[in-house]
Design a protein. Sequence first.
Length: 265
Amino acid sequence: MKPFYFFSLTVLFIAACSTNAITGRKQLQLFPESSLQQQAVGEYRTFLQQNKVVAAGNSNAAMVKRVGGRLSSAIKTYYASRQKPVALNNYQWEFNLVEDKQINAWCMPGGKVVVYTGLLSVTQNETALAVVLAHEITHALAQHGNERMSQVSIAQGLQVAGNAFTQGNAQVNSIFNNVYGPGASIAVLLPNSRKQELEADRFGLIFTAMAGYDPREAVPFWERMEKTSKGNEPPQFLSSHPSDANRIAEIKRYMPTALKYYKRK
């Protein structure tokens, strides 16, 4: 590697690092979050148009929206308590249930959430659904996608200067689609996925509890997810969300803290 190129990369890394409002961890972020949120709106609209959205009058669709409403309210309270309310200014929350057998759910930047009907056979109850959605929402709040896009961009040699983001850039769009939403390959960079997953577990448990759902339901839920994958090809949800004995042990370790926020509603 040429010295000047190495120096330029070092300067870029330092300039593009920022401290996340929720985790307090420094992250590489080459893309303005506002731009990612803007692109997410278009991708979300396209996805809803191309897939069968379960009508709001359906009991399961109503449950998804109810859980989403309670979680988004709890998250707003959490950020306000830490004097970080501005971090949520551009969040326009949407929660939709889509008819699909995949065991999956995801959240795009800005709070655009989709749950697949196939997931409900594993969640089995509203509290477990809250556990999943809180986990997915935390990925968005912690800007894990931005971090991964930035890392992939550097790895692919994408020319990104001064946090410039070009929606018309085919390479950027490809990276966006591989990180977010239905086509996501969230585990593009495996060395970092574990850290991000544990962050999503940790803060997801807190948000679950603050929304009035018992966070202890996380343990039996992840145990059910493990059983779902045994002897078969892992469901898409597990392909990007490693679930194993170590993870469950970590969840149990976080539980006393999460329970401090729990008040039954």
